[in-house]
Design a protein around this ligand. Structure first.
Ligand code: CAA
Length: 400
């Protein structure tokens, strides 16, 4: 059977960054709560002329420049911060990228799980049409109410992935573990720009979904814990990955490191390092990017782990509400040529810091569709949200 999986991937983020030490100090909170308690250092924050579409197109552009568009007939855009109830965000991306009309485009939604749903659908399409390639984009802006417990876990980011037969990066294996449970742990009503969350319930629902999907993976003949070399988790905040690893250790009895920092890792003794520290390098600085978060962890691992060729990666995808899936993949021999550590580091460093007052003002800013508006030119990304005209969103290419 032909191998199918991720041929290449690229990460993009927003123009601004909020430093969590500053946010903590402004709110009278001990910064250690954010850095150690949540495992977060910064959060990306979009400029007024950025959104999920500009980030998604910015992630996809270099991917298509590197790989061309031959065989590209499908774009699957996963998000839970969609900008329209009807039109798929990927249609605007299709236009911005100047793609031919012979492309199907649609949007996937199931909280943070949507990216994995899109990846699996892409694999299904390629298994039917092995000469086609599918562009999967996971893009989100995570936003909670100001001064709420979720506020320091906000963030923004997009990951674009090209899915094909004989992938150069990661072959996704067929066995997969699933778990769905109707639970009100986190959601965003249509009339709210911020998420509603029961924090404690969301953490326990995530952990139950992890063991549930792991057990299903085992029942479906997937690899045992000793045959999984690295494990990546959806990271609403990186400490959640540590909690997941702790739960998997209890559940399987395996001796896996639960260290989340290099210092903790040095003291971890004989417990096996499955990449918890490496997989959290980008998410610590992006904040939550919902559908993109697990794939930002994959990007971090690929970019920073020099011993991945032939290794099996386990990936736990969780979407509140809830749907989750534990998938596995084998890293391909030539993966090192696809590494993008310098590009991502440059993008993270280039973000423009916001003072807390500026961030709070931007957080409150909204562009209701009823009034035509031109957004200020802020972003240096290749694409921008230009504003609203006749209630429709307008996007354009920048000089960036
Ligand atoms: N120094 C070091 N650590 C400190 C500290 C200090 N001074 N003060 C507190 N801490 C630690 C706490 O001990 C705690 O650690 P443990 O979890 O290991 O016990 C941690 O900091 C968090 O503190 P609290 O328990 O007081 O929790 P909180 O009220 O600040 O809220 C939260 C935490 C519920 C996760 C909140 O950030 C939240 O609601 N986040 C959004 C929801 C979320 O991300 N849920 C995760 C699962 S759902 C999901 O995965 C989908 C998704 O993307 C949203």
């Amino acid at each position: 059977m032909t191998s199918i999986g991720i041929h290449d991937l690229e990460l993009a983020t927003a123009h601004h960054v909020v430093d969590l030490t500053r946010l903590a100090e402004a709110g009278g909170t001990d910064p250690a709560k954010y850095h150690l308690g949540l495992g977060q250092d910064q959060m990306s924050f979009p400029a007024p002329d950025e959104d999920i579409i500009t980030m998604g197109a910015s992630a996809a552009l270099p991917l298509l420049e590197r790989n061309g568009i031959e065989g590209l007939r499908t774009i699957l855009f996963a998000t839970e911060s969609g900008v329209d109830q009807s039109k798929a965000a990927g249609v605007s991306v299709h236009h911005l990228l100047g793609l031919p009309r012979q492309v199907r485009v649609t949007e996937f939604k199931q909280a943070c799980y949507g990216g994995t749903a899109a990846l699996q659908a892409a694999i299904g399409i390629v298994s039917r049409f092995p000469h086609e390639r599918v562009l999967v984009i996971a893009s989100d802006v995570a936003r909670y109410e100001l001064d709420s417990p979720g506020e320091p876990t906000q963030g923004a980011g997009a990951v674009a992935m090209l899915v094909s037969a004989d992938p150069a990066l990661v072959e996704i294996e067929p066995a997969t573990g699933l778990f769905t449970d109707d639970v009100d742990d986190f959601w965003r009503p249509n009339d709210s720009s911020t998420a509603v969350v029961d924090g404690a319930l969301s953490v326990s629902a995530y952990l139950d979904a992890l063991t549930g999907s792991w057990d299903d993976l085992q029942a479906r003949g997937g690899p045992g814990i000793d045959d999984v070399d690295r494990i990546l988790y959806h990271q609403p905040f990186t400490k959640m990955a540590k909690k997941g690893q702790q739960r998997l250790v209890e559940h399987t009895g395996a001796s896996l490191s639960t260290a989340l920092t290099a210092a903790e890792q040095a003291a971890a003794g004989a417990a096996r390092d499955t990449g918890l520290v490496t997989g959290s390098i980008y998410n610590r600085r992006l904040g939550n990017s919902y559908t993109a978060s697990l794939y930002a962890a994959l990007a971090a691992l690929i970019d920073h782990d020099a011993d991945l060729a032939g290794r099996r990666i386990g990936m736990f995808s969780y979407g509140s509400g809830s749907v989750s899936e534990f998938i596995t993949g084998i890293v391909q021999p030539g993966y090192a040529s696809r590494r993008g550590a310098e590009r991502v580091a440059a993008a993270l460093e280039a973000r423009v810091p916001l003072e807390v007052a500026e961030y709070r003002e931007l957080h409150a800013r909204a562009y209701p569709s009823a009034a035509d508006v031109e957004t200020p030119r802020i972003t240096r990304a290749p694409f921008r949200f230009a504003g609203l005209q006749g209630r429709a969103r307008r996007y354009e290419r920048t000089a960036g």
